[in-house]
Design a protein around this ligand. Structure first.
Ligand SMILES: Cc1cc2nc3c(=O)[nH]c(=O)nc-3n(C[C@H](O)[C@H](O)[C@H](O)COP(=O)(O)O)c2cc1C
Length: 352
C-alpha cells in the first residue's frame, strides 16, 4: 500500500493548453501538495527558437512539475529535454495524444502513434540526454485502428528503449474532420484497454486519463492502474483537489487543515495576485484560473462575476477581493437565513 501511495504518478492534473500555465499550477498547489502537475504542451520549435524564459519559467512551489513537449525530431527532443532538466523540471513528457490539425502538420501529437519507431528514437534520445524521468502521453489508437494490439505494440516499442511511464488517454484520436474539443468527447472511452496494458506490462507505470470526474472514480481506477490523470474536472472544480492529499496520499492537504479552507486558499491566492501586480503583470491573467474556487457554494456566481467584471480590471486585487467576498457572504447569509426560516416553518408544521 505504502509503495502505491509513494508512486509519483498516482494522481496528476493533465497538461492543458491555455489553461495549465504557471499561475494555474500555483493555484492548484494551494489545494494539493502531492498531485503531480503538468505544463501546457510546448513545441520543440518554440523552445529552441523562441522565448525560453517565457515558456520555461515556473514557481518553485509548483514541484513536482513536468514539462510537456510536442515534437518528433530526436535531436530537438533531446535538446529540449536538457532544457527541462536545467530549468529544474521533475519530468519531461512527450505528447503523442494531441489530435489538432495544426499539430499534425508539424508531425507531432497523436499522428505519431502511427510511427512507433520514430517515437522510440525520440524517447531514446531524451533518455540518453537527461536523468529526470522521460514519460509519454498517448491515446489508445488513431482513427479506426481500434484493436488492443495496436496500443500494445506501440507501448511495447517505446518500453523497449527504456521508457517506463505511460499516460494513456483512453480514447482513440480521430485525425480528420473533428475538432480537438470533439476529440476529447466523441471517441468512446475504453478503460478496459488501459487496464489490459497494466496486466500485460506489470513492470511499467500505467496512468489512466480521460473522463474521470469523481473521487470515487479515481479510487476505482487506482484498483486497476498505477495512476490517474484528471484534466477538465480538476480545472473546473478545483476545490475537489483539496481532499486529494488526505484521500489518496494519506497526508493532510494544505487547505483541509482549516475549517475555513476556501478562505485560507483565497488569502494565499490574493498574495500571489498582488505579487504579480508588483512585478508588473495584471492580476487578471492569473485570476481566470481560480474562478471556480467557490463553485457549489451560496454566492459563488456573484463572486465569480465580480472577479471577471471588466469594470474592476484596473482595480487593486485586494479591493476586488473585498467586493467579491462581501457579495458572496451577503448572499450566503441570506440563503442561510432563508433555510433557517424554512426549517422553523417545517418544525412548526410538524408540531401542529
Ligand atoms: C483546454 C485543453 C487543452 C489541452 N491541451 C493539452 C496539451 O497541451 N497536451 C496534452 O497532452 N493534452 C491536452 N489536453 C488533453 C488533456 O490533457 C486530457 O488528455 C483530456 O482533457 C482528457 O482528460 P479529462 O477528461 O480528464 O479532461 C487538453 C485538454 C483541454 C480541455
Amino acid at each position: 500500500m505504502q509503495e502505491k501511495i509513494n508512486n509519483p504518478w498516482r494522481l496528476s492534473v493533465a497538461p492543458m493548453l491555455d489553461w495549465t500555465d504557471k499561475h494555474c499550477r500555483y493555484f492548484h498547489r494551494l489545494l494539493t501538495q502531492k498531485t503531480r502537475l503538468y505544463t501546457e504542451m510546448v513545441t520543440t520549435g518554440a523552445l529552441l527558437h523562441g522565448d525560453q524564459p517565457r515558456h520555461l519559467d515556473f514557481n518553485q512551489e509548483e514541484h513536482p512539475v513536468a514539462l510537456q513537449l510536442g515534437g518528433s525530431e530526436p535531436a530537438d527532443l533531446a535538446a529540449c529535454a536538457k532544457l527541462a532538466e536545467q530549468w529544474g523540471y521533475d519530468e519531461v513528457n512527450l505528447n503523442c495524444g494531441c489530435p489538432s490539425e495544426r499539430v499534425q502538420r508539424g508531425a507531432f501529437g497523436a499522428c505519431l502513434m502511427a510511427e512507433p519507431a520514430l517515437v522510440a528514437d525520440g524517447i531514446k534520445a531524451m533518455l540518453d540526454a537527461v536523468s529526470i524521468p522521460v514519460t509519454i502521453k498517448h491515446r489508445i489508437g488513431i482513427d479506426r485502428l481500434e484493436s488492443y494490439e495496436f496500443v500494445r505494440d506501440f507501448v511495447g516499442a517505446i518500453a523497449d528503449v527504456g521508457c517506463t511511464v505511460f499516460i494513456v488517454h483512453a480514447r482513440n484520436a480521430w485525425l480528420q474532420g473533428i475538432s480537438p474539443k470533439e476529440n476529447r468527447e466523441l471517441p468512446p472511452l475504453r478503460y478496459e484497454l488501459v487496464h489490459q496494458l497494466k496486466r500485460e506490462f506489470p513492470g511499467l507505470t500505467i496512468v489512466l486519463n480521460g473522463g474521470v470526474k469523481t473521487d470515487e472514480q479515481i479510487a476505482e481506477q487506482l484498483l486497476h492502474v498505477d495512476g490517474v490523470m484528471v484534466g477538465r474536472q480538476a480545472y473546473h472544480e478545483p476545490w475537489q483537489m483539496a481532499a486529494w492529499d488526505q484521500r489518496f496520499f494519506g497526508t493532510a492537504g494544505p487547505a483541509r487543515n482549516h475549517e475555513n479552507g476556501r478562505e485560507q486558499v483565497e488569502v494565499e491566492w490574493l498574495k500571489y495576485l498582488e505579487a504579480q501586480v508588483a512585478s508588473g503583470r495584471p492580476w487578471t491573467q492569473a485570476m481566470r484560473h481560480a474562478l471556480g474556487l467557490w463553485n457549489g457554494q451560496a454566492g459563488s456566481r456573484r463572486w465569480r462575476q465580480i472577479w471577471s467584471d471588466h469594470q474592476y480590471k484596473a482595480m487593486d486585487a485586494a479591493a476586488v477581493a473585498a467586493l467579491a467576498t462581501q457579495s458572496r457572504t451577503g448572499i450566503a447569509a441570506h440563503v442561510a437565513e432563508h433555510q433557517a426560516q424554512t426549517e422553523a416553518l417545517r418544525q412548526a408544521a410538524a408540531a401542529a
